[in-house]
Design a binder for this molecule. Structure first.
Ligand code: TYD
Length: 393
């Protein structure tokens, strides 16, 4: 399936950068052998993760609470009975999760290649290395710090194209009874909700329990537990360990069966997904065009990475959306990638509330609806597109 030419999802740009904007073909595919859903072509990682990376994890209050409970689970369940445990997090961003290990006095290390977000973590006293993770780095970490009790990654594993290098590096880094916990947007949710906006340059894989089990199984690791999460519109937390070192939870077997009954192993499921994406695109375009004809003001809410796929795939531009409101300073005053809609500070949304707000950050709907009661009370309406295109009155 192809979503057409796409820019870097977090590549917010200034007007003078438009002429040299980089595009690649966003085309996912499904392999019926290893059951992986992945991009065929991905831009070089340095184009996506660098010293002006635009995504700061701590912008959402719900995500802060989520990572506190993730850290609590690791400490209470997987650190029990261990002496001086050591935790490594891949893609630790601004330290949203590791700060809890630091505060509890545990040995920790973040690996975060985007220098600007890593600097924020370092300024908070969180040990952070700015490098890409691979087997060579794993060897260095073992030599310098010893083996890890737990390796963690949140919304990061699906970003790394050389999954074999990372899996081999993790198998090298963890202790014989160590664990790997990671979570990412879940394929089962994406298919069920037609949330095609999970597909963008950074997400080279959209994992399922079946594909994770297969990929990490190549490196002697097995899935020992799975825990569904509501974050990012439906994610899965996977727990892996060396084969035979831990009992396998019945939840793993149940999820693998559920994936088969959902048809995640069948190519026809993805052919249907493509048709669902096309129908969603047509419906959103028609809705925005009808509002445009009626002279309504529409503003985007949240300049998410996901919205880059939506605006570019659906052909949405400044003619449909006046601006996109976002609380992240580095995105403000820039243009959205490919679609070139101005990104403005949240204060602009408050100053001049539109008739309709297109909820690009739909994964934060609960937090946002709670915050924006005044917008709705004043007659403002929300436009959503996941799981269906529609207006919330
Ligand atoms: P998010 O949906 O977490 O991620 P992704 O980039 O992975 O698609 O991005 C949320 C964006 O929305 C982020 O730029 C911050 C912004 N945002 C707001 O502007 N206001 C809010 O209330 C929230 C929760 C997020």
């Amino acid at each position: 399936m192809s979503f057409g030419k796409m820019p870097i999802a977090n590549g917010f740009l200034t007007a003078d950068q438009v002429a040299s904007e980089y595009f690649f073909e966003l085309a996912p595919a499904f392999c019926s052998h290893c059951l992986m859903f992945q991009l065929i072509e991905q831009p070089a990682c340095e184009k996506m993760f660098h010293d002006s990376y635009a995504f700061f994890s701590s912008t959402s209050r719900h995500m802060q609470m989520h990572f506190e409970s993730f850290a609590d689970l690791v400490m209470s369940r997987y650190f029990k009975g261990r002496i001086d445990p050591f935790v490594v997090e891949l893609g630790s961003n601004d330290g949203i999760m590791l700060r809890h290990f630091k505060d509890a006095g545990f040995r920790h290390l973040g690996i975060e290649p985007s220098g600007n977000v890593a600097d924020v973590a370092r300024s908070r006293g969180i040990q952070t290395l700015s490098e890409f993770y691979n087997l060579e780095l794993a060897n260095r970490l073992v030599a310098e710090h010893g083996h890890a009790d737990a390796v963690l990654a949140a919304n990061v594993m699906c970003h790394i194209p050389d999954i074999n290098a990372v899996a081999a590096g993790i198998a090298r880094l963890i202790k014989p009874d160590g664990v790997l916990l990671f979570e990412d947007p879940y394929l089962g949710d994406m298919i069920a909700k037609t949330s095609y906006d999970q597909i963008y340059d950074e997400h080279v894989f959209i994992f399922s329990a079946a594909s994770v089990g297969w990929a990490f199984g190549q490196h002697g690791l097995e899935l020992i537990d799975v825990m569904p999460q509501v974050t990012h519109g439906g994610s899965m937390r996977y727990v892996l360990a060396r084969k035979g070192s831990h009992p396998v939870s019945p939840a793993v077997v149940a999820l693998l069966e559920k994936e088969r009954s959902q048809g995640l192993h069948k190519p026809e499921t993805y052919a249907q997904f493509r048709r669902d994406c096309e129908a969603s695109r047509n419906a959103l375009r028609e809705l925005l065009e009808s509002l445009q004809r009626k002279g309504k003001r529409v503003v985007g809410y949240g300049a998410t990475s996901k919205s880059t796929t939506v605006t570019n795939y659906c052909g949405i531009g400044p003619g449909h959306i006046e601006f996109v409101s976002d609380t992240t300073p580095i995105k403000q005053g820039k243009l959205t990638p490919g679609s070139h809609i101005p990104v403005k500070p949240y204060e602009d949304f408050l100053k001049s509330p539109p008739d309709y707000a297109l909820l690009f950050a739909w994964n934060h709907a609960a937090e946002i609806f709670e915050k924006e009661k005044t917008f709705r009370a004043g007659g403002g309406k929300w436009i959503t597109f996941v799981p269906k295109v529609g207006i919330i009155e």
